[in-house]
Design a protein around this ligand. Structure first.
Ligand code: SF4
Length: 57
């Protein structure tokens, strides 16, 4: 399930992300999405979570 967001012309100051294959990724490990959504409900550890805003480049 993909979560759409506006791509900003600046970094989202609250997010560090290393997913350099994402449309929203910015050099220096930043995210330029205005907002992100994280799944999944009932995850037991960080490996079971993922960014639903991810969109391939
Ligand atoms: S949308 Fe998610 S995966 Fe993409 S750069 Fe931002 S935090 Fe990373």
């Amino acid at each position: 399930m993909e979560f759409k967001a506006q791509k900003m012309d600046h970094h989202n100051p609250g997010v560090k992300c290393v997913v350099n294959t994402c449309h929203y990724y910015a050099q220096g490990d930043y995210c330029n999405a205005e907002r992100i959504e994280v799944h999944h409900r009932n995850a037991k550890n960080s490996q079971e979570t993922d960014c639903a805003t991810f969109s391939p480049k």
